[in-house]
Design a protein around this ligand. Structure first.
Ligand code: S3P
Length: 172
């Protein structure tokens, strides 16, 4: 699927706390296109993510997420996906032929970013250990869908956003 609606569409994927939302907002502002966070769309329509996991299970959340991704791609703009969206084969298929930016981050940098809660998969002891394990399980899927990779561990989000904007503009 291509986005006729917006020629500067791009998708951000990557593990939890990689900076998809903060980088995505900045990229969208600079490109002058809308920003869509598919998690926020799901929450707006169906309530908080932990409650969806608890009451209906992860598979149900993935289906809601897939629908939100499809809808966002139809509209276009900068689209930030939840960290686990790539685990769903049908969601990965939706991403084919779209420019996809994979944001990576080290466990050390993530440790400072994941204290706020709201992520059911990191609940409990040792969230950084859980995060690392989940990232390793998903890395091949991120690589499969990615057109390009940027690391967010050590540089300001604005600089990373500027690099992504430059990369996207070169694509035309
Ligand atoms: C998830 C990541 C979250 C959210 C949900 C599940 C995951 O999004 O979609 O908690 O499976 O990695 P962020 O990557 O924005 O934290």
């Amino acid at each position: 699927m291509t986005s006729e609606a917006d020629p500067l569409t791009l998708v951000l994927v990557g593990p939890m706390a990689a900076g998809k939302t903060s980088v995505g907002r900045r990229v969208a502002r600079k490109l002058g296109v809308p920003f869509v966070d598919t998690d926020k769309r799901v929450v707006a329509a169906h309530g908080p993510v932990p409650a969806i996991f608890e009451q209906h299970g992860e598979a149900h959340f993935r289906a809601l997420e897939r629908a939100a991704v499809a809808e966002a791609l139809g509209t276009g703009g900068v689209i930030s996906l939840g960290g686990g969206a790539v685990t769903d084969a049908a969601t990965r298929t939706l991403l084919i032929e779209h420019p996809v930016v994979f944001l990576t981050v080290t466990p050390a940098a993530v440790a400072d970013r994941i204290h706020s809660g709201g992520r059911p998969l990191l609940a409990g002891d040792d969230p950084v250990g859980r995060w690392t394990q989940i990232f390793e399980q998903r890395r091949d899927w991120y690589d499969e869908v990615a057109s390009v990779t940027f690391d967010t561990s050590r540089r300001p989000m604005q600089r990373i956003a500027d690099d992504i904007v430059a990369w996207r503009r070169e694509l035309g």
